[in-house]
Each structure stands twice: as C-alpha cells, then as structure tokens.
Design a protein around this ligand. Sequence first.
Ligand SMILES: [Zn+2]
Length: 276
Amino acid sequence: MKAILFRQHGAPEVLQFTDVPDPEPRPTEVLVRVRACALNHLDLWVRGGLPNVPIPLPHIPGSDVAGEIAKVGSEVTTVRVGQKVVLAPGVSCGKCSACISGFDNRCRQFSNLGYMIDGGCAEFVRAPEVNCLPYPENLSFEEAAALPLVFQTAWHMLVDRAQLQPGEDVLVLGAGSGVGSAAIQIAKFFGAHVITTAGSDTKLEKFAKKSAASPTSAASTSSSSTSAPPLGTTASPAFHSPAAWSRAAALPATTPNSICAFSSAASYRCSAPTWD
Ligand SMILES: [Zn+2]
C-alpha cells in the first residue's frame, strides 16, 4: 500500500510517500481502508520527536481516521467488511486491570493511532474491533475524520474527569482550538452554560458563537492577558489552551466548587501531551 512515513525525526522534509506492506489485522482487529485522515498537533510532536518517547521507526502518523472496513480478524463479530467507520484513536491492551475497570487510558500499553503505533496516513490502517465507532452519515469522510482525537480528549476532561452536570458553568479557554470547539459542543450537549475565550474576535465568531445553538458567553483575550470571566458557584471550568498563561488567567475565575481539567501541551513550556 501507499503510505506517508518518516524514518527519522525532523522537519516536514523527513516525510516520505512510499510503498509499504499492507498491515494484517490480528484476530480481534479490523483493517480499515482510509478515506480521510485529519492532521493533529500530535502529528507535529511525533514527527519532530519527543523527549523520552521512543517512537518506533519507520513510523506512519495520523490519529484521526474515517473509512471503510476492508478486512476483519477471525474473532471479530460486531462489524463487517464494507461498513463505514470512524476510529476511536485510543488503543489499549484490553486485558489489564485498568482496561477491564474501564480506565483504558491508564493502561500501560495505552497509545493513540499514529503515536506509538502506526496511524492513518496510509491506504490502510489496522485497529482493534472495539475502536470502530458508528459512522455519522450526515458527515463526509473528511468531516468525520476531524472528530476523533479532539472529542476523545474533551469528553474525557468534561464527562469522565470533571463529571459535568446540566446547568453548570464551563469556562473553555481557547475556543479556536480543536479540543476547545469540541468542549463547547459537548458542554452544550450536557446542558451547561459555556463561557469561552479566544485570541481574536474572528476566532470567537467562527468557533464559539457558531458551535452551539444556545447562547455562549464569549470574550476575546490575548496571550498576555491574565484575566478570565468570573464563574458561578457550580463552575466546572475546562482548561485546554496550550500556554501556561491560560492557567494563570483561568484560576482566578474559579470558585471553591470548581473543577479544573487541563489538557494539551502545545506550548514550549510543556514537553509531552498528558492524557489523564
Ligand atoms: Zn490494558
């Protein structure tokens, strides 16, 4: 099959469009014909190299995949060849105590497609059967491929970690980011009141005000700002913005009942992504 891979870390010039053997699904895996694969900031980290993260080389990046199942392993029972799917990026062993307890993100073998394992920048990618999500028929392959990793992260922050409840206030810093726009939509879905910020009025208009049907409070901030809108007494703010300033800006807005959820390491101040 054709694939985009790199054999050494570096600038975009290390990427190669080349032929590689077709991956063969294991008994509990599927082979997906990739119709669209989105790019994520994780792809930049992986290509450039991360401290103390030994990415197996050569490596095929790409965490966000939408496509059709081309082949199924011998033990696969819940999906069939030809079925359209979106792949959940998080891959774990499925057998350890963390996985069995429902905390697969704490699995010692946890990774994401395109991170420590090959991803979707290829004609085919293999993935566990359990990673096959129902395909949203109202979306194109390209649109569907934009969803997985950012929604996985935002859902884990808001629903799993912060245990978001209807009516709570949610402060989302950085509405223009993938995780931010996902967080706004998830918070709205759960009936929360969203307060959000972005680096410019253009971003606010594009991502914050148009990303949800119900009213969203929005404010433009700059990277040098140290202020954030005040929250109510039941606030569950989600901090996802990359730079350290966002944390300093948001903390004064919290109350004793606030829950802070941090993600992202897209800042020079951080060296690796965090998942928990
Ligand atoms: Zn596990």
